[in-house]
Design a protein around this ligand. Structure first.
Ligand SMILES: Cc1cc2nc3c(=O)[nH]c(=O)nc-3n(C[C@H](O)[C@H](O)[C@H](O)COP(=O)(O)OP(=O)(O)OC[C@H]3O[C@@H](n4cnc5c(N)ncnc54)[C@H](O)[C@@H]3O)c2cc1C
Length: 588
């Protein structure tokens, strides 16, 4: 194995989190920083031509190739897991920028009580209301502590939106349930497509509180605090699963790379796939020595480093710690061990599809141009008489109605599922339907976890990550509550026909839910309960920091990336202002 000269910092993964950490360390220190990214290099100007729905959105041109590395799935511990041969329910990214290149750009903050879920729930409802089999956790960080970092993340991206709670003052048109914000959004809300306006009017007529979706597909030209300039959105609809042609959607390549390119102390090595984090257990405190990766030529390389930052998204963050034997794997039988625990996804589905007798021009849109409401999210409504905890957001977005994926919705009254009757109805309703989407919170269940698969291996011969994952009572009851609410909203929009939600069955790997997978390397206030401390530093290995949604103790309904970026800023501050001055565990 080839050994390279030592670097101060090695960062594993060149997506949103890895590149943001690289940019911050590059700007604020003289440390040498190497980012290792397993996929191909990309640049912001790489998306100017050839947008093709079949290639990008259906054949998943930008995503991880499952024939090289995938995950195995089973619903419960007594089953044998099988490999997912085609990604569908979530879409792991690869290549410079990671999934941040082809994300959709929804940028909500999490509700303040999400960060203190256990404490607040027990205070209000008592331990007896926690459904059987579930674990509730606090994060070890509060909304108020994270708020300044949320603002920095919004300014980085230029998020378009309308504040609902500015410094404690509720302001009309925004989300009245949000935590207090120290500043208005950096750019105004996006233009609203007709369908979203219909939803806003309907929700208001029902006494609810709709507000514009906070968007990374920005409404107007914007220059961020790093001096990076981006254009306003052209509403072409090629956002989710695509890189943005004009750079309006914030992506690591158009927001972070322009800064990194000027930093002499940071380098990004693509086609460098990390297999292990090496660590020394001989001293008083285990210590990461660096990483072993496979380079473009297939050769194994040891990159020694003083500080290791793991930012390879939920799946590989967990898998690399398991493969490297850092931390104690979770055992669902005894409940011991923390690594791999608290795997969550997001309870996402169309609560109802509404059909209308007029065209909606849905082909004009953007990934994040739409209306949300949080009236049934978090603990914003009374759960006293309900059989579940927490909730989710209802959303109507006109994201471009691309012809392949958007074709085929027909009302429940059309019985045919194929043939000429179905085709006629599908053609008629192509531009006359809209989904009322629900994104619900997924609480950590003791039966849902990740470990290494005993049978299946990747192309390098390393065990695949195994998911043991299913829906349980809290998710099913939440879905039973949300479906009828969606229908009520559809009717208030003037729908002439509807397609109701069919109910939550077993976890289905073939239907896209979202690429919001959390857990595995959870953060928390004590090493008995969590893998990381509140600064995202590994409890056992202080020169190892782990970024991203793998640190989330549970899924809090909203899309994760803004919170991930806010936490990365907070960790960068902790490294620069505290760790580098006195390397070792960060206390307090
Ligand atoms: C289709 C889609 C739509 C989405 N929409 C939204 C949205 O609207 N709002 C939202 O908040 N979030 C959204 N997301 C999720 C969002 O993209 C992620 O939350 C975000 O990208 C996570 O950043 P990250 O740095 O943790 O991981 P990533 O961006 O995935 O980056 C991780 C990087 O690590 C690399 N890597 C992995 N393993 C290794 C290894 N062994 N060695 C070296 N490199 C490695 C990967 O190749 C990848 O480039 C969406 C995702 C997808 C796929």
């Amino acid at each position: 194995m080839k050994t390279l000269p030592r670097t101060d910092v090695v960062i594993i993964g060149g997506g949103w989190t890895g590149l943001l950490m690289a940019k911050e360390l590059g700007a604020r220190t003289h440390l040498s920083v190497v980012v290792l990214e397993r996929g191909a290099p990309r640049e912001a100007h790489g998306y100017l031509t050839d947008m093709d729905e079949l290639d990008y959105a259906i054949r998943l041109r930008m995503m991880q190739d499952p024939s090289l590395e995938t995950v195995t799935l089973r619903h419960h511990s007594k089953q044998r897991a099988l490999p997912i041969r085609q990604f569908a329910s979530f879409l792991p990214g690869t290549g410079t920028g990671g999934a941040g290149e082809h994300w959709q750009g929804w940028c909500p903050r999490f509700s303040p009580d999400s960060f203190e879920l256990r404490t607040r729930t027990l205070e209000k409802y008592g331990a007896q209301r926690v459904p059987e089999g579930y674990d509730l956790h606090d994060w070890g960080v509060t909304y108020d502590e994270l708020e300044p970092y949320y603002t920095r993340a919004e300014n980085l991206i230029g998020v378009s939106g309308k504040a609902g709670n500015l410094k404690g003052k509720i302001s009309p048109g925004g989300d009245p349930f949000e935590g207090p914000r120290s500043a208005e959004y950096p750019t105004p809300p996006m233009k609203m497509p007709h369908l979203a306006e219909m939803f806003r009017a309907a929700a208001q007529s029902l006494g609810l509180h709709p507000y514009p979706l906070p968007a990374a597909t920005i409404s107007t030209a914007y220059t961020n605090p790093d001096g990076v300039h981006r254009l306003g959105c052209a509403y072409c609809g090629f956002c989710e699963r695509f890189g943005c042609m004009i750079g309006s959607k914030a992506q690591p390549t158009n927001t972070l790379l322009p800064v990194i390119a000027r930093q002499k102390n940071v380098s990004v090595r693509s086609r460098s796939s990390v297999r292990r984090i090496l660590h020394d257990r001989s001293g008083k405190q285990p210590h990461a020595r660096g990483v072993v990766y496979v380079d473009d030529a297939g050769q194994e390389v040891f990159q020694p480093a003083d500080l290791v930052v793991l930012s390879s998204w939920t799946l590989n963050n967990t898998r690399l710690l398991l493969l490297s034997e850092i931390g104690q794997p979770y055992d669902p039988v005894t409940g011991r061990g923390t690594l791999g625990r608290s795997l969550t996804h997001q309870v996402s589905f169309n609560a109802a599809v509404a059909f209308f007798d007029k065209p909606l021009n849905r082909f004009m849109g953007a990934g994040a141009s739409g209306i949300l409401l949080s009236d049934f999210d978090a603990d914003n409504f009374d759960h006293e008489k309900l059989a579940f905890l927490r909730g989710g957001k209802f959303e109507v977005v006109a994201s471009g109605a691309r012809p392949i994926a958007s074709f085929g919705a027909v009302p429940g009254s059309v019985k045919a599922r194929w043939g000429s009757e179905w085709k006629k109805a599908a053609l008629r309703y192509y531009d006359q339907n809209g989904a009322i989407f629900f994104s619900g919170e997924h609480l950590a269940n003791r039966s849902n976890f990740m470990d290494l698969d005993p049978t299946y291996k990747d192309h390098l011969g390393d065990p695949l990550l195994r998911f043991t994952l299913n829906w349980y009572d809290n998710e099913r009851r939440m879905a039973e509550f949300s479906g009828p609410k969606g229908l009520e909203m559809a009717r208030a929009m003037g729908a002439t026909d509807t397609l109701p939600f069919g109910g939550l069955q077993n976890y289905d790997a073939t239907r896209y839910q979202s690429t919001h997978i959390q857990g595995g390397t959870m953060m928390g206030a004590s090493p008995e309960e969590s893998v990381l401390n509140p600064w995202l530093q590994h409890w056992d290995v202080p020169n190892l920091f782990v970024l991203g949604a793998s640190s989330f103790p549970q899924n809090p309904s909203g899309n994760p990336t803004l919170t991930i970026l806010a936490q990365t800023y907070r960790t960068a501050d902790a490294i620069v202002e505290r760790y580098l001055k006195k390397p070792g565990p960060l206390a307090g």
